[in-house]
Write a protein that binds this ligand. Structure first.
Ligand code: S3P
Length: 182
């Protein structure tokens, strides 16, 4: 897409499992399109005043999910703007969130294999749900539960294992242009 060209409306929203590259791709899309990045995890951390592992440990997953829904609702109510929205991997668990996401703009699911997720998340201790005795089993179980939610929410799916970040970004920009022109 040439610089300065803008879509008539809305946002590009990235969904996908932990380690699927949402934050990195969001930054690349921001550079390509000049839209600001909004990250639901960062907004939750900002509003809670503590990091995600502390929210899970001190308040539990349900409170994290409540906060996630609250920031998503605020984003939706702030109206149609041109933003890249990166989301937490579990945001699709709640039906209300899935409905909001679909209304907010072009939703892209970054699909990634369990093997690749394990590789990318192995050294990071910032994801409380993967701090288990058997992270691989946890990843497979969560993926199995969520896969239909991602599919149901997304306007586009991209298999990312064999693509570079620039290839993924270019694909999303092209598809978003088509989506918003329709
Ligand atoms: C979660 C994913 C995390 C974060 C939290 C819960 C999940 O975000 O929201 O740890 O339930 O999959 P990332 O997908 O950005 O790691």
């Amino acid at each position: 897409m040439s610089g300065g060209e803008t879509f008539p409306s809305e946002n590009i929203i990235l969904i996908g499992f932990m380690g699927s590259g949402k934050s990195s791709i969001a930054r690349d899309l921001s550079t390509a399109l000049g839209y600001p990045v909004v990250d639901t995890d960062s907004l939750v951390v900002e509003q809670a005043g503590k990091p995600i592992p502390a929210i899970f440990e001190e308040n539990g997953e349900e409170e994290f999910r409540d906060r996630e829904t609250a920031v998503l609702t605020e984003l939706e109510q702030s109206g149609p703007t041109h933003r890249i929205v990166a989301t937490g991997g579990g945001i699709v668990e709640r039906p209300a969130n899935r409905n909001i996401l679909k209304k907010m703009g072009f939703v892209v699911w970054l699909v990634v294999s369990p093997e690749e997720i394990l590789r990318r998340t192995a050294k990071n201790r910032e994801r409380p749900l993967l701090n288990t005795d058997d992270p691989e089993e946890t990843i497979r179980r969560l993926l199995e539960r969520r896969v239909d939610f991602y599919r149901d929410t997304a306007h586009q799916e991209i298999e990312t294992d064999d693509l570079t970040f620039p290839e993924i970004t270019t694909g999303i920009v092209e598809s978003a242009r088509y989506f918003f022109s329709g």
